[in-house]
Ligand binder design. Sequence first.
Ligand code: GLV
Length: 333
Amino acid sequence: MRKPKVYVTRKLPERGLRMISERFEAEVWPVYPPPSKNVIINKVVEVDALVSLLSDKIDAEIFDAASNLRIVSQFAVGFDNIDLNEATKRGIYVTNTPGVLTETTADYAWALLMAVARKVVEGDKYVRTGKWKVGWHPTMLQGRDVYGATLGIIGLGRIGSAIARRAKGFDMKVLYHDMVRRQDLETKLDLKYIELEDLLQTSDFVTLNVPLLKSTYHLINERRLRLMKKTAILINNARGPVIDEDALYKALKEKRIAGAGLDVFEQEPTPSDNPLLTLENVVVAPHISSASFETRSRMAEIVAENLIAFFDGEIPPNLLNKEVVNAQKPGLS
Ligand code: GLV
């Protein structure tokens, strides 16, 4: 039987890539910047499978060009870049890499939270740029206490829950809001369910842990930012468009909230003239919350495992659009 053909839109960590190359006839986009949409369209014409990144827009245009495409294996947990309905209509399987990046991403939310609250980045710049002229001063670079504060988690999925677990070590009061109530976790992690508006009004720290959906686009807007405490800090390492960045800039500039930690932006890479980058009370990062060697390597293996299971005729472990199974059997057609 012929080897299935796979197009991989970026060089993945080694082990996963090796698993793919050993088993399939694989072609990998060779350079660091992403392939254009036209390149992907040209490549998918011939392949049975596509490995995508969250920055590749995989939509009807791509699927229309891809007459043999049977599966898209995404190297990410989020999949808002993929038009899942269009894939399902065509019987194309779509998989992602959940679970493995939960703890690493929760760690990074904490890194941002601590960095903003305790002015870690500002302190670093203060020393390096020669602003540190007085050895010690009672009012130098004062931040906000994390220990004992109230944390509001918006979206109590895997990552939100992992953030909540960490909060216990800081003796925080933890509130959450989600579409579904998780009474099991409320008891286990000592969490309190609360309406979104109330969460915003009462939390010292707010973390966003929702996927990007129509219903979560600009969830944090001007009106909701106005509900937050003047001393509050907002953390987003979910997806950029969950926050209206213009409204956030105004809230921070006018000191209606105290700070923000952002690993994600409405546009990525964010333009260097994004006004948010001019603010001292903002810590930014280039969408790297899951970027540890261990996690990225495991994500690449999961991408490979999903493909291998599919072409072995099995339902891939991380199938997102389960409806396709009735329409198409896994494997080469
Ligand atoms: C990263 O943002 C991911 O969705 O995996």
